[in-house]
Design a binder for this molecule. Structure first.
Ligand SMILES: Cc1cc2nc3c(=O)[nH]c(=O)nc-3n(C[C@H](O)[C@H](O)[C@H](O)COP(=O)(O)OP(=O)(O)OC[C@H]3O[C@@H](n4cnc5c(N)ncnc54)[C@H](O)[C@@H]3O)c2cc1C
Length: 367
């Protein structure tokens, strides 16, 4: 005789875990942005994130805070004053000589200590080299969830959790991830994915100073020198107003010169699709798309580019997209504002000529 089957155990959550926010985490309030700065300049992605933080905090009815860490003499209070004009209410500042120049260990300690003390509900960082490095170690130390490279941030009305949307399955789908049972909810966003918020020069806020409690001998890494990457300093694709991008339709690295010539006349930059970068036609810094840069120019000229989703996600926020393609059915024509069906090897020089003539006429009128 068979024994009766034992009743199935009811799982506490989809993964067998309890997804209710534990009571002690309900005290977490406020939306924070980590302010990234380097040699006296705040990275614009921090201001872009402040715009999002303001939106999220207004939905939650909470405050916006910034966390800014740096060396003893770095102008962190000045950065805080600027952050207030972009929508921050409170600035949590830590000055310490070991925070001069980014290193993972002291920044992780400084930021995790601030989070543990002041308990923000949401913590946003730029998906830059520094932000990616720091976000991973902070999330691991705090034992919380991190959604990387988000393209959209919202508040889920049912749970009031951060609904962080990002591409998945090679960019063919978007998924929305929520951290329901842990705090803070962390997310990174790439530069230029979010628009710059408007400044209100009259806005001010509160400054709270913290301490690090770490000395140089506690840290295994030493910062000996800073050697900037020559190409990344030269090519500033995410913040270019005009981009002329080339794809495989340009056929050869030599033909990319046509894109450079047009970009030069328009005072813009040159971008490229991934296959062109992989073929060694142009530098990796020029790649636009899911695994390249996200751009938001006023004008994006796409020459010989099919318009694959992995390219599109990096450039679809451009104000005006002009596509040049021999194939009238190329997917890029589905989302370009203007389409030219033609050979890019002929259209690019013709556009260059037309712009040269136009700009010469304009200069003569002004003179
Ligand atoms: C995980 C993953 C990540 C990826 N990340 C990126 C990314 O970040 N960025 C990116 O760009 N891609 C990325 N890709 C690759 C992407 O899927 C496409 O393969 C790529 O964008 C296509 O590049 P293309 O448009 O240059 O080439 P093709 O798709 O080969 O298109 C060439 C186009 O040129 C046109 N053409 C041909 N001759 C001419 C001519 N003489 N004049 C005008 N038009 C002409 C053709 O009609 C065609 O539409 C990724 C793929 C994967 C799987």
């Amino acid at each position: 005789m068979n024994a009766p089957a034992a009743p199935a155990k009811k799982p506490a959550g989809r993964a067998g875990r309890n997804l209710e926010l534990p009571k002690h985490l309900k005290a977490y309030k406020g939306v924070w942005v980590f302010i990234e700065h380097d040699r006296g300049h705040v990275h614009s992605v921090s201001w872009e994130l402040l715009g999002e933080a303001r939106k999220l905090a207004d939905t939650l009815g909470s405050r916006v805070g910034i966390a800014v860490l740096g060396g003893a003499n770095e102008p962190l209070e000045q950065f805080a004053a600027e952050a207030f004009t972009y929508g921050a209410d409170d600035a949590y500042i830590v000055h310490d000589p070991v925070l001069q120049g980014y290193r993972n260990e002291p920044f992780t300690k400084g930021l995790t200590d601030l989070v543990n003390r002041h308990q923000p509900e949401i913590l946003l960082l730029g998906a830059t080299s520094m932000g990616r490095d720091l976000a991973g170690s902070v999330a691991t130390t705090l034992l919380t969830g991190l959604t990387a490279d988000c393209t959209e941030l919202n508040i889920d009305p049912a749970s009031r959790a951060l609904a962080a949307t990002r591409p998945t399955f090679g960019g063919s789908l978007l998924c929305t991830i929520m951290t329901l049972a842990y705090r803070p909810q962390m997310a990174t966003v790439r530069p230029r994915v979010m628009p710059m918020p408007l400044r209100d020069a009259e806005r001010t806020g509160n400054i709270v100073h913290g301490t690090l409690g770490m000395v140089e001998t506690d840290i295994v890494t030493r910062l000996l020198d800073f050697i900037p990457d020559a190409s990344s300093n030269r090519i500033n694709l995410p913040y270019a107003d005009v981009i002329v991008s080339g794809g495989k339709g340009l056929k050869s690295p030599e033909n990319f010169q046509l894109a450079f010539e047009l970009a030069n006349v328009l005072g813009g930059e040159v971008g490229a699709t991934r296959p062109c970068v992989q073929a060694g036609w142009v530098e990796g810094e020029r790649q636009v798309g899911q695994t390249g840069k996200t751009v938001r120019p006023k004008l994006y000229i796409a020459a010989g580019i099919s318009g694959a989703i992995q390219h599109r996600v990096g450039m679809e926020s451009a104000d005006v997209i002009v596509a040049i393609n021999t194939d009238p059915n190329a997917p890029i024509f589905d989302f370009a504002h203007y389409g030219i069906v033609g050979n890019a090897l002929q259209v690019l020089p013709a556009l260059k000529q037309a712009f040269v003539e136009h700009l010469t006429r304009r200069r003569k009128q002004v003179a």
